[in-house]
Design a protein around this ligand. Structure first.
Ligand code: GDP
Ligand code: ZN
Length: 458
């Protein structure tokens, strides 16, 4: 199956300056040569060289496109196979014409993610690195991008391999002592197992600690902007989106729908939800909106409660503060450009001082303070630059937890002097579970499931 040659458009389809078609497989150079005319023969070209020329229709010799062709010979390519990349003019028609001609040769259309899958199957990258390629494509903030990049380079794999190395040593040690089961050796082995499983469990705990931050970096902090009608929720959303916009998600619907907007604040991605004013209502349309906002509040990691600073506190707002008590929340006293009427004292009963932010969306005053409060709340300076090995993939998290459980079982068994060969089974299980993260012990179904998430041409 790996011996055939595949091709796909690797750039986003649509109007653009150029588009790149990637061809990979043992016949890629010879097959492209059949439809390419240039001064040099591709089959004689050295690796990592670029060639100017034309794509010709082999039927009538008609010039189809003017292109640049890059040759990368095995094993120094992304897939470790011979790879040819054809840069054509952007635009649907020209790319399609070149693709059609390629597929008339001994080349088939690649499945989504098949290039990355080949890189994995040929041993160039491991599974956690392949998954990070998906993250890289989808990352929504600079930091999420850096984390994914680090993972592509193998930072997580390195740590997993170190932990597995400790387990291999432990297994070897146990193996030797199974052959010499004198009593004192047995008890020494039990101590050794306890020591080593503790060491690996600590390593797993360190990785799991980064998981929460990893999730935030990938998906953003779900942030609900709540408050009574007209306090300035939508204005705040717009102001934050305007200065920090990363990706806009347009959720169609009426103005009473929840609106989603993706922004990054000091490199922290937030998924902002503007909710319809939370209050009891008889209006059916508004009721739907209100239901959604209540849902949004339950789902949210962070709640921004907006109040009108130029009015006294309303009883609905007091109720709301009771409701969200104990949640991660910041209260905004908006419209401070108007004469103040809101009693800060009452707010102090519910919020710490640095989580009460006086602001005017209208004059932009206080926006900086709000942004500072948000970063303070989430990272309190705890992200060290350079330390970017975040575990953020749910599959990895689940496997780390399983491996931890197996090691705990081994530890407990060692404590109770259960026969060493029984304990060996748990240690081995942990070793396998960690191996599944990097794809050492992964099944075909799992591989198919992972690679099908890729877009075509990657
Ligand atoms: P929402 O119903 O909570 O989403 O409130 P809007 O964002 O639609 O704002 C309601 C009204 O308040 C609009 O007319 C805004 O221009 C106005 N508004 C919002 N923020 C401020 C502010 O800081 N100062 C003043 N004076 N008006 C504001
Ligand atoms: Zn609004």
């Amino acid at each position: 199956m790996l011996s055939d040659t595949i091709a796909a458009i690797s750039t986003a389809v649509g109007e653009a300056g150029i588009a790149v078609i990637r061809v990979s497989g043992p016949e890629s150079i010879a097959e492209v040569e059949k439809i390419f005319h240039s001064k040099t023969k591709l089959t004689e070209a050295s690796t990592h060289t670029v060639h100017y020329g034309h794509i010709l229709d082999p039927e009538g010799g008609e010039r189809v496109e003017e292109v640049l062709v890059t040759v990368m010979r095995a094993p120094r390519s992304f897939t470790t196979e011979d790879v040819v990349e054809i840069s054509t003019h952007g635009g649907v028609i020209s790319v399609k014409r070149v693709m059609d001609l390629l597929l008339q040769q001994d080349i088939r259309l690649a499945e989504p993610g098949e290039f990355t899958k080949r890189a994995f199957l040929n041993g160039r990258i491991d599974l956690s690195q392949a998954e990070a390629v998906i993250d890289l494509i989808r990352s929504k903030s600079d930091r999420a991008f850096s984390v994914a990049l680090k993972q592509v380079e193998g930072a997580l794999s390195d740590q997993i391999m170190q932990l597995r190395h400790v387990l291999v040593e432990t297994m070897a040690h146990i193996e030797v002592n199974i052959d010499y089961p004198e009593h004192d050796v047995e008890s020494l082995t039990a101590d050794f197992i306890k020591e080593k499983s503790t060491e690996v469990m600590q390593g797993i705990a360190r990785l799991l600690k980064t998981a929460e931050q990893g999730k935030i970096l990938r998906e953003g902090i779900t942030t609900a902007i709540v408050g009574r009608p007209n306090v300035g929720k939508s204005s705040l959303l717009n102001a934050l989106a305007h200065t920090n916009r990363a990706i806009v998600t347009d959720i169609p619907g009426t103005t009473r729908d929840v609106i989603e907007e993706f922004v990054t604040i000091n490199n922290i991605p937030l998924k902002l939800l503007d909710t319809a004013g939370i209050r009891e209502t008889m209006d059916v349309v508004e009721k739907i909106g209100v239901e959604r906002s209540k849902h949004a509040v339950t789902e949210a990691d962070l709640i921004l409660l907006v109040l009108n600073g130029s009015e006294p506190l309303h009883e609905d707002e007091l109720e709301l503060m009771e409701q969200i008590r104990g949640r991660q929340s910041i209260v905004i006293m908006n419209k401070m450009d108007l004469p103040p009427q809101l009693d800060r004292e009452i707010l102090s009963r519910y919020y710490a001082e640095d989580l009460i932010v006086p602001m005017s969306v209208k004059t932009q005053e206080g926006i900086d303070a709000l942004e500072a409060a948000i970063s303070q709340l989430f990272f309190s300076g705890s992200i060290e630059s350079g330390d970017l090995t975040y575990v953020s993939n749910v599959r990895h998290i689940a496997l780390l937890k399983k491996a931890n459980k197996s090691l705990q079982d081994a530890y407990d068994a060692a404590e109770q002097f259960i026969p060493i060969d029984m304990i060996q089974i748990d240690v081995r299980l942990a070793w396998e579970q960690l191996g599944e993260i990097i794809g050492d012990t992964a099944s075909d179904t799992l591989l198919d499931q992972i690679f099908s998430q890729f877009c075509l041409g990657k």
